[in-house]
Structure formats: C-alpha cells, structure tokens
Design a protein around this ligand. Sequence first.
Ligand code: ZN
Length: 326
Amino acid sequence: MKLKSNDPCWCGSGRKHKRCHGDRQALDRPPVELGQVSPMRPVPETIARPDYVTTGRISTPKAAHIHDAESLARHRHACQVAAEVLLRTGAAVAAGVTTDELDVVAHDTYVELGAYPSTLGYRGYTKSICTSVNGVICHGIPDDRPLREGDIVNVDVTAYVDGMHGDNSAMFVVGEPSDAVSGLIETTREATLRGIAAIRPNESIQNIARAIEPFAAARGYGVIREYGGHGIGVTFHADPHVNHCIDAHDRYVLRPGMTLTVEPMLTTGRPTFHQADDGWTEHANDNRPSAQFEHTVLVTDDGVEILTITADGDTAVGTLDQLAVV
Ligand SMILES: [Zn+2]
C-alpha cells in the first residue's frame, strides 16, 4: 500500500507525511529547462570502441552472458573503472558547475583509465554520461545549465574497457538537502540495495521487484515501470530485462555467472513522464523530483556480488553492508 499524505510519516516522527518527508514545498523545483549541448569530445584512437561506434550497429549477442573466469575478470575491471569515474564526477558536483563540466570530468577520467564512454555515440547520444536533474527521470544530456543550490542530480556512468561494459549511477546533492530530499535519495539508495540483496541464483528475477516496489510505496514514493535494469557485459543492453515493479507474468530465472544492472527510479510525484524533443531527456509529467541509483551485479553460486566498486572498495552507490535489514 502506498503511503498517503495524511498518514503518519514512515520515519517515525509522528508528523503527517505531508508535513515531514513528503513536504511538497521542500521537494518542489521549477521545471528543468534544457540548455546548449556542446560538440562531442574526442577519444584517443588507442582506446578500443564498442561495435556500435565503429560499425554503427550492435553485433554482440543480446542473450544473457554467462561468465567464465576470464570474461568475469574483464567485466570486473570495467565495473571498477565505472565506479571510479562515478566517484570522481560526483566529487565535482557544486553550485555553479554545469552538467557539461561534469561530462568533461567524466570523459577525462574514462580516457585516463583507458576506457571508452559507452554512451558516446550510442544510438546518436553525444555525451559521456547522463545527468538527470530534479524532475528529470533519466537520460538527461549534459549541457550548459549551471547546477543550483538545492538541485539533485543523477550521474549515470558506463565504461567500456577490455571488451566489457560496466554501468553505475548515483545521486548527488548541491548544498545541504532538506529531510524531504534526503528521504527520497536515501530511500532510493536503500531500495536499490534491497533489490540487489534479494537476488538468488536459480530463482525468479521477480525477487528484485518484490524487494523494491512495496518498500518504496510504504514510504510514499512511486517506481517507474517503463524503464528497468538490463543484462550487461560484452553487450551494453542485453537480456534479461530487470523489472523494478512487480510483474507476475515475468518467468525469468537468474543463473550463476549472469551480470545485470539494478537501477530503480523513485518518484515523489506520479511515476509518469514524457520525452523532450531531444529524443532522450525524460521529464516527470508533474516536474516533481525523482532519484535513481544503479549497480552492475553478478549472480553467484550462493547469492550476489556488486561489481561496480573500485579496487579500493569505494562506491558512490553503496554496499550491502549498509542494509540494516535484508
Ligand atoms: Zn518523516
């Protein structure tokens, strides 16, 4: 059941939700106006590109990839690079910084680490990350709009290196968040980690949505149904499709050795959206803020392992240790 505005807030404050973590005044932002997008940044020729960049078409298999030790080692490296790019880009988030400047930080970090930005040249996309601010649900294009105090931004990073794609995203806040904003962000982080923790080998993929959707609803948040996670590895977007909302008809069973993303988008308003004329940016219809986190994970013989963590154990997304109750 979805928490209603007059219900007691989920945080235990005793206040009505609408006067606490559901406070619309603390959440509402003016619509994000799209700015100018700069030209594509070059990547040195020494860095290997995915097939869709070199040939213009995707020739790698769409079927779920089952890793062996050799391919897993390469995928693990791509995921570590993606985690590092996300951390360094997130550290640059500040008032007055444009999302295009974040794209520069990310782009230079991919190149420094020998990786190609998977989104650069993917189906006509011309930037090295996605930056989705406030009421943008996903796929925001970095542009010349400066971040402002109180903005929240999702940075989505996918690195291609050693023939593998590693994908992760996280939320960053400009300035000090209100309780309502941190409630959205931390609930989305926890929903993502709960979804991951629910993964079991040789069990239904529905475990993920069952861990996410009711948890979000009990705190008054919507979950976007139309966008899901995906298999990933040698192919950027492969099978399986990962639902974050429960679909009782989804019969997919996860197998050890599969790698996939878990990346729920939670909304403070209704989970409905529309695409901008740029063909990418998805705006919430009511412009109310949304949040998303994402990890690439491996289905193991006895559970799950998060791959998008740096070699030093750092992540802007979170680890399963952070879950008090699984
Ligand atoms: Zn509260």
